[in-house]
Write a protein that binds this ligand. Sequence first.
Ligand code: SF4
Ligand code: SF4
Length: 438
Amino acid sequence: MSKKTEEIFNFSETSDACIKCGKCIPVCTIHQVSPDETTSPRGFIDLLGAYQRGDLELDKNAKNIFESCFLCTNCVDVCPNALPTDMVIEEVRADIAEKFGIPLFKRIAFYLLENRKVMDIVMKFGFMFKTCAFANEKEKGGLKARFALPMVKKGRLIPSMSFTSFLNKYPENIPAKKLNDNPQDKPLRIAIFIGCLANYNYRNIGDSLVEILKELNIEIFIPKKQQCCGAPAYFTGAIDSVERMTKANIEYFESFMDECDAMLIPEATCSAMVKHDWQVFFRNHDMPEWEARAKRVTEKIYMATQWLDDNTALQEILKAKGKKFDTPVTYHDPCHARKVQGIYKQPRNLLAPNYPMVEMSDPNRCCGFGGVTMQTEKFHFAEAAGKPKAAMIKETQATYVSAECSACRVQIGESLNSAEVDTVFKNPLELIAESLKK
Ligand code: SF4
Ligand code: SF4
């Protein structure tokens, strides 16, 4: 990186623009579980202004405070000045990483995310030896810790892993049927960006997307050299990893996106990172050429249900031929889908023809995932934030809770497990593919 974060990001400008109205406080996820002014959007912004002016030392206490934000963007949604609290927190985390270093377990995780071949081997080992430390809870869709492990308490539900990843399971091209004898009339060609959790842990999401695209007679392209979108590293302040992964992905996407009609991402966080945060990252780090390249190459990239509902006849097909189930579904809105990308109607439109839909009391309330730090060092906050979500899901008596986000799946799955609620989590694409099964 050519410049230090505090040289390129003006925290005090955001701080000066805060009119201290407090509208952000009741909706703030961390303030709901830790009701203290310092852990609120207004408090974070005030402290960041003091940090920029040199009045606040970035010590362990400040680190602890700035790492307690869930990056849920609830505050941005209600702020009269649309102050980007989540973004300034993401930026100060880069300073924290530089000053305190990144813990070894996170460095290993980011190394694996950057090196798929090594990750493939690690996941195979994980698959083979998982039952030594975990019980396979198939109906809950995860693994339950048999005993307390570092940062994983006994009984906690964590994602399972597949022996073969989604990217290794399929060929690069899955052709569609010819439309007619005119060579000009070609089926659509759609690429898939799968996301790391769906690639290794929840493989049925990608399998379902492939089945849906086959039903629509769409040619599928699976770009094998895709890397992690960089979101886990970005939310942790590991900016060098973010820079390497984003640039490698952009260069790779540029080599094939002109031959594709769209690229679909069945994940809210990855799609928000690719479509929104890549450009923000390059802008904040003074790389205008890369910002322009990110903008151009992501123009035809969409969250999967968004594109399927807006651009295909899938809804009509589901109404006409889809199997009808009497198992109610409640839909949770991932922060990175509804608040960041405005996507909430499309997944519901595609589920409603075949499943009775029941709305939970606040589908827009953050589930409390919060990122790598929240799921490890600060898991007590994630646990507390997950309880109200589990309670409102229980109240619906739905068979399934659905959200197009595997981070929400990790968090909601464990919240339901710890509250002993039987509702099962499924990505909407899994439920849609189930209705299309012959
Ligand atoms: S992003 Fe969420 S947790 Fe962080 S300050 Fe805003 S509302 Fe609170
Ligand atoms: S809503 Fe915006 S302006 Fe009002 S206190 Fe919160 S951050 Fe400041």
